[in-house]
Design a protein around this ligand. Structure first.
Ligand SMILES: [Zn+2]
Length: 74
């Protein structure tokens, strides 16, 4: 579980400059940005707040996301 205090301050890094980027916790597996649709995977309770990472899932419906997230290996 991600702590509420953390959720209150976390914003999508792609949208935060415009004072947007509110995130929604999706099944404790992704944080979904309400503004751009980027989805940040949560791994071991730590959200991966990288713009590139979030953009990988931007066109996917939340229902199509892999749960738990599987990060591509480099
Ligand atoms: Zn965003």
């Amino acid at each position: 579980m991600i702590k509420r205090e953390l959720m209150d301050i976390l914003r999508c890094p792609a949208c935060v400059k415009a004072d947007n980027g509110k995130l929604t916790n999706y099944k404790d597996s992704y944080l979904i940005c309400a503004d751009c649709g980027r989805k940040y995977p949560i791994v071991d309770d730590i959200p991966i707040m990288l713009i590139d990472e979030g953009a990988k899932y931007i066109d996917l419906d939340a229902e199509s996301l892999e749960i738990p997230p599987v990060l591509a290996k480099e």
